[in-house]
Design a binder for this molecule. Structure first.
Ligand code: NAD
Ligand code: UD1
Length: 355
């Protein structure tokens, strides 16, 4: 690749071998971008990247490095003529973050500092960051808009709040320092990504027993797990179970392509750092998810009602209006698509990626 000038089609994808990152690689390659992945494989396998290339018929470049390794990042920027970074690399297990908070702050917050320092040194200042609805914390609102105050309730969530603050401050410093090329940053706050690529070749491959609802349900359906525990049926919701805004991972990554395009456009002409919710705006309860899964797959889901899980909210769904207005993005796939694609991936890959 060109070593001297930036190629606007060259995207560095941190964490590209993971669940969301691998789907983003497919979407990027299919949209004509060139993809360079950096991933330390702490929660993924290179098989996902082989399959990305198989699905798209296009090659990508892979570096196995930790994003905290600044000199490795400097080498990548020197070599690859990157224009924009999509930053997925991070640890994401809430329970583990409570047991090992320092690990989460080091990996997620310091990792982002190392990345942005390497970016600034290479004068690459366009960034799309994987944030989360978890930054809204235990808000009383049911529907979340971007202007709500932030206040996460566990170390994982706080690492996202901290990273958002770092990125906003980097951008704010541009107005003081009058940089010629200012930071252009989109903070994408995901609601609950589920589903898989329609090919069934890539999907979510949790390590050990899943924490999240959909991977758990599909492992019960395929017989890997015996029974789902429904965490509480006494919430103030119509059926008493928790309500979330589930979003198809392919819709989610399409939002990232829209964000890249927005960073190139008028709205970010003078730089800036803006947050966007990526959700459908529609909530479904745990029991509704079980019903949808049973209907689409024809499998019965064995479940029991269990106590509430600490830290869970009754209800949370996105106001996705800003992403529609400013990015021209909205989710298009429905619940049946999400469930059918989850099941297609699960049945084609009962043991996940085997390598
Ligand atoms: P994932 O674990 O499947 O992917 C993350 C990838 O980053 C993995 O391939 C992992 O090996 C890599 N990685 C982690 N730390 C790294 C480091 N220091 N250096 C290099 N590579 C590193 O997770 P995902 O579900 O694809 O999530 C991607 C991002 O989106 C994460 O930042 C996560 O916090 C965020 N997010 C995910 C969800 C969700 O439900 N999946 C919801 C909200 C936000
Ligand atoms: C969880 C994390 C959140 C993270 C998100 C995506 C917690 C408290 N929150 O959100 O920080 O951003 O995953 O990774 O862990 N449920 C069951 N049984 C299960 C699993 C879940 O009933 O075995 C219920 C939950 O109580 C909740 C819903 O299903 O009502 C969705 O749970 P989950 O998939 O874990 O997502 P969140 O709790 O929204």
């Amino acid at each position: 690749m060109n070593q001297n000038s930036i190629n606007h089609k060259n995207i560095l994808v941190t964490g590209g071998a993971g669940y969301v990152g691998s789907h983003a690689c497919v979407e990027l390659l299919q949209s004509g971008f060139n993809v360079v992945v950096v991933d330390n494989l702490c929660n993924s396998k290179t098989e996902s990247l082989s399959r990305v290339q198989h699905i798209t018929g296009r090659p990508l470049t892979f570096y196995q490095h930790d994003i905290r390794d600044k000199s490795a990042l400097a080498d990548i920027f020197a070599k690859e003529a990157i224009s924009t970074v999509m930053h997925f690399a991070g640890l994401k297990a809430v329970g583990e973050s409570c047991e090992k908070p320092a690990l989460y702050y080091d990996n997620n917050v310091y990792g982002t500092l190392a990345l942005t320092e390497a970016m600034a040194d290479a004068n690459v200042k366009k960034l799309v960051f994987s944030s989360s609805a978890t930054v809204y914390g235990a808000s009383d609102c049911r529907q979340y808009s971007e202007d709500l105050p932030l206040g996460a309730i566990n170390p994982y969530g706080r690492s996202k709040v901290m990273i958002e603050a770092v990125l906003r401050d980097l951008s704010a410093a541009d107005t003081i320092n009058q940089h010629k090329s200012p930071w252009k940053i989109a903070l994408l706050r995901y609601f609950n990504p589920i589903g898989a690529h329609e090919s069934g070749q890539i999907g979510e491959d949790p390590d050990g027993i899943p924490n999240n609802l959909l991977p758990y349900i599909s492992q019960v359906a395929i017989g890997k797990l015996a029974q789902l525990s429904v965490f509480g049926n006494d919430y103030p919701t119509p059926d008493g179970t928790g309500i979330r805004d589930y979003i198809h991972v392919v819709d989610l990554v399409k939002g990232h392509i829209k964000a890249i395009n927005a960073l190139e456009g008028e709205a970010f002409k003078s730089g800036g750092c803006k947050a966007y919710n990526l959700g459908t705006g529609q909530g479904y309860s745990v029991l509704e998810m079980i019903n949808a899964f049973e209907t689409v797959t024809g499998q019965r889901i064995n479940y029991k009602i269990a106590p509430r899980r600490t830290g869970d909210l009754a209800e949370c769904f996105a106001n996705p209006a800003l992403a529609l207005k400013e990015l021209g993005w909205k989710a298009e796939k429905n619940l049946d698509d999400m469930v059918a694609d989850t099941w297609n991936w699960q049945t084609k890959n009962p043991q996940g990626y085997i390598q």
